[in-house]
Design a protein around this ligand. Structure first.
Ligand code: TRP
Length: 443
């Protein structure tokens, strides 16, 4: 491989790394509260449509660009075409800073909740009290920032050492464990008295809830959850061997990510209704609902602690892929040494996360465009930068470097990529028209 880049030993290793990036807080924290706030089943339907048309196509486009360009997003695009297209790579680096700043704040919440569940601080008898406990925790000026620092420090520690074998090996055990515990929690949630109202909410669409804002949220979530639109998958693709079957890998990663998001819906929403919480409660929904579920389980504290530890690990593997985009750019394009790049970028991102955390408490009154800093970062990154970046990547593949990238996606041992024409049509027409329509109607 060019420049002696590391390489994934196997296709399975690559799929696990890409799935490790995709599966994270987006699935378990964000998806349930967005579905809860946006009408349940209609949100799910629109989300699935975006994921399996535009999402999976952009993922394949990013894999192919990365492998063909053999570099970070900026370098890969420079290598393939150059010119103004390099701006797409730069926007990805900026989006990496923005997303990781608030992502790490929420990552800190998961560590905090692992500690609080283990030490019995969340041993509350009344389910309603979990809302107050969460509100008081995130509004505090110091405690959540300490956990945000801890989460960011862990991310930096891994990235500074390079795409780490240890983490890949750990994920092979921990990700399946997370999957099993999510299933157990689904069963508990679905068997609570009153849970069926939540199932109905999640599966029985009410099309009067179909609004522009909801469609924008579903599109942004599709990109966010699949780690698309800012070059994370380009960066991963650049470490990929030429033998790997790209379309099959994209299908695997997309499917795994979607299964976890839907399961998270079944884990959270039935319990929300069973306990009489508000499904539109927003970013606290998972953190309010799950402790109430643990309280209703035998060995609840043990399950709860294990769950939050595994969620923190899933969040960490996603955060690594976000920081890796920034760090790979600094190494390849600016010649910065890896540890220095990781620590420097991590410090800036930590500082950028501080106002996000404070905006949920003491700085709650400062608003820009009617949003606090946390919401503003999330909105600008997820609903604007990622769809915009994603669509530019699709146009790049569909119109600009088509033959080179089509060949890249088809280069594989023995598999024929029968859907290549459909992929091409989505990149060329469906994604640009669809995303432009959503962005203009939603903003
Ligand atoms: N997809 C991750 C999640 O669902 C978050 C993430 C990691 C991400 N890398 C990304 C989002 C790149 C957008 C772009 O938690």
């Amino acid at each position: 491989m060019a420049g002696g880049r590391g390489n994934f030993a196997s296709r399975l290793g690559f799929i696990l790394a890409a799935a490790g990036s995709a599966i994270g807080l987006g699935n378990i924290w964000k998806f349930p509260y967005l579905a809860g706030a946006n009408g349940g089943a209609v949100f799910l339907i629109v989300y699935l449509v975006f994921v399996f048309t535009i999402g999976i196509s952009v993922m394949l486009a990013e894999f192919a660009i990365g492998r063909a360009g053999e570099r970070n997003p900026v370098g890969a695009i420079k290598h393939l075409k150059g010119g103004a297209w390099i701006g797409v790579g730069y926007m990805g680096v900026v989006a990496g800073f923005a997303i990781l700043s608030f992502y790490s704040v929420v990552g800190g919440w998961t560590i905090a909740y692992a500690v609080k569940t283990a030490t019995g601080l969340l041993n509350l008898s009344d389910a309603k009290a979990f809302g107050g406990a969460f509100g008081a925790f995130v509004a505090a000026p110091v405690e959540p920032i300490v956990y945000h620092f801890a989460f960011m420090a862990l991310t930096v520690a891994v990235v500074a050492r390079g795409v780490e074998r240890g983490i890949e090996r750990a994920c092979r055990v921990l990700m399946p464990m997370l999957f099993v515990i999510v299933i157990i929690l689904c069963v508990r949630s679905l068997t609570l008295p009153g849970a069926m109202a939540g199932v109905k909410f999640f599966l029985n669409p009410d099309f009067s809830k179909l609004t522009g804002a909801m469609v924008t949220a579903a599109l942004g979530q599709a990109f966010f959850s699949l780690s698309l639109g800012m070059g994370a998958m380009i960066t991963l693709g650049s470490y990929l061997s030429k033998q790997t079957h790209l379309p099959g890998s994209a299908l695997w990663v997309t499917s795994l990510d979607t299964v976890i998001a839907v399961l998270a819906g079944f884990m959270v929403l039935p319990a929300v209704f069973a306990f009489g919480f508000d499904p539109g409660a927003g970013p606290g929904l998972t953190f309010i609902t799950l402790p109430a579920v643990f309280a209703k389980m035998p060995w609840g504290a043990g399950f709860g602690t294990l769950f939050f530890v595994l969620l923190a690990v899933a969040a960490l593997t996603s955060a690594i892929s976000l920081l890796e985009v920034v760090v790979a750019f600094l190494i390849d394009e600016k010649g910065v040494a890896r540890p220095k790049a990781a620590i420097g970028a991590g410090a800036v991102i930590f500082l950028l996360g501080v106002p996000s955390s404070l905006s949920l408490g003491v700085w709650g009154d400062y608003k820009l465009f009617g949003k606090g800093f946390f919401d503003l970062m999330d909105y600008a990154a997820s609903n604007v930068m990622l769809p915009l970046g994603g669509v530019l990547i699709a146009v790049f593949v569909g119109w600009v470097v088509t033959p080179r990238i089509m060949r890249e996606a088809e280069r594989e041992d023995g598999h024929l990529f029968k859907l290549a024409p459909a992929w091409h049509a989505i990149c060329r027409y469906v994604a640009p028209v669809g995303v432009a329509w959503v962005l203009f109607s939603g903003l």
